[in-house]
Ligand binder design. Structure first.
Ligand code: KG4
Ligand code: ZN
Length: 341
């Protein structure tokens, strides 16, 4: 099969980003993301509003993706879409759109697991980007997920650990909210953290067995700490913002690194690939770089555009499944809980 002639249109609508991409083989021709601003004023994603915004965005976003790729929909080989996991009302918009378009164009339909797509985004062809080889460990860290996965092959994955409560991005965003920072606060905590002392205020690390994570206790201890300190000094946050953020970041990065180190030790695998919005964090990037130098790990961080929710990562899975002729029919339905295997 000639890769150059395979054009996949991919659609992602699992949370609060409406995205469409066109891939030619394993290369991205376009990757359009409409981020929904409406949630900012609520300090978090409101599912009903997300679903409505997807309905408004999906047609223009798909048009833009086709136009930017300079591809007519008649040239498409197949349509790939996110089946889950995610918010049901959001998933339904992308799923029904993809089903209708595939029916209308008479081309195959490919269902994609969003978590698998985060991991397989490392296989999008990019200049100067070396892809991981199997087996490797993938750590997906975002506002919705925290997982460590053993990746034996494209479609042979085993979850080794995941968060039992909040995702790591949520821990960042909720801590930021306690500090009065706007949503999503993760990037701001990171920004201030770089100017502060990471050991200024020690926060307890949760004791969770195995390779699982827990972040809700950290959020509570930050809340109590801030309440206590601001009672004594109402200006405590303003006077110590950099140090507070640095201490939060230090704790979170330690939690992540402890688990990934444990996973590397347990499996003997030192190829570590990360993905998800929190991969942008300066602390995790530095810690991984250090691990490369200190322990000879090989670490992989995709382009930021492929770390956050996007349709190109759905498209690469679509392409890999297309080669296997792994198609679904019109009876397919969205799945809010969808575990990778
Ligand atoms: O992957 P993503 O765009 O969407 C989800 O699937 O959630 O991740 C968004 C999350 C947010 O929680 C945001 O605060 C966090 O990633 N984030 C960061 C940074 N950049 C984005 N967290 C910490 N440091 C950053 N630099
Ligand atoms: Zn995601």
């Amino acid at each position: 099969m000639d890769n150059k002639t395979i054009y996949i249109l991919a659609i992602e609508s699992s949370c609060d980003d409406t995205s469409a991409a066109v891939l030619c083989g394993n290369r991205t021709l376009s990757n359009i993301v409409a981020t929904q601003k409406i949630h900012e004023e609520y300090g978090g994603v409101v599912p009903e509003l997300a679903s409505r915004a997807h309905q408004q965005n999906i047609v223009p976003v798909v048009h833009q993706a086709l136009a930017k790729a300079n591809i007519d929909k008649k040239q498409l080989s197949a349509i790939a879409f996110t089946r889950g996991p995610g918010l049901m009302g959001s998933l339904l918009v992308g799923t029904s759109f993809a089903k209708s378009l595939s029916l209308g164009l008479g081309i195959p339909l490919i269902e994609v697991n969003h978590m698998q797509a985060h991991i397989l985004s490392h296989f999008i062809e990019e200049e100067n980007y070396k892809k991981p080889s199997f087996p490797f460990l993938a750590m997906t860290i975002s506002g919705g997920h925290t997982q460590i996965v053993l990746v034996k092959d494209y479609f042979d994955m085993e979850i080794l650990g995941e968060s039992l409560d909040d995702a790591v991005g949520e821990a960042y965003d909720k801590s930021a909210k306690i500090l009065g920072l706007p949503y999503p606060g993760g990037p701001l905590v990171d920004k201030y953290a770089q100017l502060g002392n990471p050991r200024a205020f020690p926060f307890p690390k949760p004791k969770v067995d195995g390779l699982n994570f827990s972040f809700s206790g950290l959020k509570t201890s930050i809340l109590y700490f801030i309440q206590r300190e601001t009672k004594n000094n109402p200006n405590f946050i303003a006077e110590n913002l950099n140090d507070i953020c640095a201490s939060i970041q230090y704790t979170i990065i330690n939690i992540l690194m402890d688990k990934i180190k444990k996973a590397a030790k347990q499996t003997g695998i030192t190829q570590i690939a990360i993905g998800g919005g929190v991969s942008a964090n300066s602390g995790i990037r530095q810690a991984l770089k250090k691990a490369e130098e200190k322990w000879g790990w090989n670490t992989y961080i995709p382009k930021f555009e492929y770390c956050t929710d996007n349709a190109a990562m759905i498209g690469i899975v679509g392409y890999l499944k297309y080669k296997e002729m792994d198609f679904v029919d019109q009876s397919i339905t969205a799945k809010a809980r969808y575990v990778i295997q």
